[in-house]
Every structure is written in structure tokens, then in C-alpha cells.
Design a protein around this ligand. Structure first.
Ligand code: FE2
Length: 393
């Protein structure tokens, strides 16, 4: 064990260094670049039983409980554990080095607008040969198989299941594997097939431009499942397009176009049935405050009059909107597949657009669709990942 006082270096495999005033700790793990942490951040993220509830991990203190002049007086490092003593609380806390490294925030500023998380991978038609697919029965009662499939769905925003039951409402069993359905004015689920008096163009045999669903909702449904029960009509193939890749391409071609679609809100509306007037005001390309690409809303059918773009930028906005649509329409961007009875696909509706090619009136085509939310899916995935780590340990 090595013990240091402020601003003295520890000599071991791992090193920790304190600034003169104890307000900053610099950790060097093996030979990697040093990462700095603020004393206030470390204290706020302590995992001792007085700071976090042992059962559920929820924080028991508020920031007001931490003195404003918090600093580290003593730092010790041994094997995989960093031990810090904070003053004026005279409180000693242990940290796992791997946890600290995984939660480091000492990185170069992500200044390029439109960056994407390292947890995802954008794609184009090249994904056609590597569509994330799994067998319904193989993952339904198999946590490892489910984890592997959900991992791909999270990474690509899209996945397919085959070999499922050809029974009414089977799509609910799909959602049960990872989360909860989101009920809307369309119900817990909705039928997608030709209707004589359609209230929505999705129920006719027309082809549809690739779109995200329900951009007029706030919040938007973040998962959609479409499940095939009958498919004897010619045509009607499904296709998906990665909206994040389309946005990346737009940015590469013309940063100003990317900028106007992310800076200004579009408006979306659906009022196609009695008693329903859904409206939202959100950008077509959504960024987090630090520039991460986090959402796409694109739906020609439900785009309302756009009134939040200044007059001086409206012509540019329409150029950008047109070009984004052209990119989305490119064959090189689409992954096309046919859904047979007992098969379904799932999309991250905040990212991946879906479409259907026109199909003939002869024969039948019956799909059922429903919405769910991505937080539930990611929660199930994270939980399965954690179980796997426990088994490995
Ligand atoms: Fe749709």
C-alpha cells in the first residue's frame, strides 16, 4: 500500500496524484493517459452506505450535504481500489478503479455537432447481409439469446424475429420479452391491412415513403414492432433506413443544411379521427445540448405547416429538407426484406425509418403493429448484461 499527501506521487502499477489544494485527483491506470477528477465529483459519486442506499443504489444525500470547500486530503491506492479521505468531512471512501475509468469525463470536448454514441453503429444497404435476426422461440426463454439480439437492436436500431407463432396478438409476446407496450389512440396495438375507408394511409395498398412513426406525439414512441400474420399479396416488402446515417451524409454534404434541420423545429400534426388532435414542435434532426445526434423525425404525411424557421432561412430549410428526403429515398440506403407470417421486425423509432412498398389488392396482407419504449428495452439489455458479468465473475 502507498499513502500520499497532497501533490505527492505514488509509485505503483497505478498512480494517483493530488493537486496542491486537493481539489483535483489525477489517476493513471497502467500506462494509459492520466484522467482527472474533481473532488466534488468524487465525493458526490461515493458508493458508501451513507451516500447510496445499499439496496437500490439510490443517492441518500443532496448536494447541499457536501461542503462547498470539499477537498481530498489523503489518497491511497492498492490493487484495484482507490481510497480517498475528504475534508472537512473527514470522510474516507473507497472506489473501484475500473468504475472510475469507466466513468471518466476527462476527454476532449466533443465539438463536432452530430456525433453519435460509440454504442451504436450507423449503416446503409450494406447491412442487408447482416440483418440482426433471431428465432422467436430461441430467445423467448433464453436470456443469453435475448441479450445478444437486444444488443444488436440497440446497436443498429433495427432487428428481425423469425419463426414466431401465427396467432392474433403475437406481437405482445415480443414486447413482453423486453418491455411494455405503449397504448395510444390507435389502441394497445393496431391492424395494418387494406381497409375500404382508410382513416390513415398506412391502411391502404399504397407504397409509403420511409418515415418515423407518430412524430406528432410528445414524447414520440421510441420502439415500434410490426408483426406479420398473413402475406399472400404480391409486393408490400418492408424496408428500413438508418436516419442517423442519412443525417451524417447530409452533414458531410452541407453542414449548413444539417444545421438548419437541427436548429429549427418542424411541426407535426395528426387529426385523422374524431376527438384526436395530436401536435408536436420538434426538429427533424434532434441533437442533445452537447451535439450528440439523438433523434430523427421524418414523416411527409404528418408534417404540418412549419412556422418556426425565420424567413431568411426558410429557403435553405426547404433545400435541406428536400435533400434529406432524397438521401433517405436512395436505394443505397435501404435494407429491404419481406415479412412472412410469424415474422416481425422492430425499429428504434427515434432513429430508423421504415417503409412499405406498394402491394396489389389480390391476396391478403395482414400485419399488427404496436409501440413500446426504448428505455425498457435498454433496461432489459443492461440487466441481462449485468447478469452475464456476474456469471463471468
Ligand atoms: Fe409507419
Amino acid at each position: 500500500m502507498y499513502i500520499i499527501q497532497s501533490s505527492k506521487m505514488v509509485i505503483t502499477m497505478h498512480k494517483i496524484d493530488l493537486s496542491e489544494n486537493g481539489r483535483i485527483a489525477t489517476l493513471m491506470v497502467d500506462s494509459t493517459a492520466p484522467v482527472k477528477f474533481h473532488a466534488i465529483w468524487l465525493r458526490d459519486n461515493a458508493w458508501d452506505s451513507e451516500t447510496r442506499a445499499p439496496g437500490n443504489g439510490q443517492r441518500l444525500i443532496a448536494l447541499r450535504d457536501i461542503p462547498n470547500d470539499i477537498h481530498i486530503e489523503v489518497a491511497k491506492i492498492e490493487d484495484q481500489t482507490v481510497t480517498l479521505t475528504f475534508q472537512p468531512e473527514n470522510k474516507t471512501v473507497e472506489y473501484d478503479i475500473d468504475w472510475l475509468v469507466a466513468h471518466s469525463y476527462d476527454c476532449a470536448e466533443k465539438c463536432a455537432s452530430g456525433w453519435v454514441s460509440p454504442d451504436i453503429e450507423t449503416w446503409d444497404a450494406g447491412l442487408m447481409n447482416a440483418v440482426p435476426v433471431a428465432d422467436f422461440a430461441e430467445i423467448q426463454n433464453n436470456p443469453t439469446g435475448l441479450r445478444d439480439w437486444l444488443r444488436k437492436v440497440a446497436r443498429y436500431g433495427f432487428g428481425k424475429l423469425i419463426g414466431g407463432p401465427i396467432e392474433d396478438q403475437s406481437l405482445m409476446k415480443v414486447v413482453d420479452m423486453f418491455g411494455y407496450t405503449r397504448e395510444t389512440n390507435y389502441g394497445m396495438f393496431f391492424e395494418v391491412r387494406t381497409e375500404v375507408n382508410p382513416t390513415n394511409l398506412a391502411y391502404t395498398g399504397l407504397g409509403l415513403q420511409a418515415h418515423t412513426d407518430n412524430p406528432y406525439r410528445d414524447p414520440v414512441p421510441s420502439i415500434q414492432v410490426l408483426y406479420c400474420l398473413e402475406s399472400s399479396a404480391a409486393g408490400g416488402e418492408n424496408m428500413v433506413v438508418d436516419g442517423f446515417r442519412a443525417a451524417e451524409r447530409l452533414r458531410e454534404e452541407n453542414p449548413e443544411w444539417f444545421d438548419v434541420l437541427s436548429k429549427y423545429c418542424a411541426r407535426f400534426e395528426y387529426a385523422g379521427e374524431k376527438g384526436v388532435v395530436l401536435r408536436s414542435r420538434r426538429p427533424m434532426i434532434e441533437l442533445s445540448p452537447d451535439g450528440e445526434l439523438i433523434g430523427i423525425r421524418f414523416n411527409n404525411r404528418s408534417t404540418a405547416a412549419i412556422t418556426d424557421v425565420p424567413f431568411k432561412d426558410m429557403a435553405t430549410y426547404y433545400d435541406a429538407y428536400r435533400r434529406l428526403g432524397e438521401i433517405i429515398d436512395e436505394t443505397a440506403m435501404e435494407v429491404t426484406f419481406r415479412l412472412n407470417p410469424g415474422e416481425c421486425f422492430i425499429v428504434d423509432n427515434t432513429r430508423v425509418l421504415h417503409a412499405r412498398k406498394a402491394y396489389s389488392g389480390a391476396g391478403t396482407r395482414w400485419l399488427q403493429g404496436c409501440y413500446a419504449d426504448k428505455d425498457g428495452l435498454l433496461s432489459t439489455l443492461a440487466s441481462l448484461e449485468a447478469q452475464n458479468q456476474e456469471v463471468a465473475a
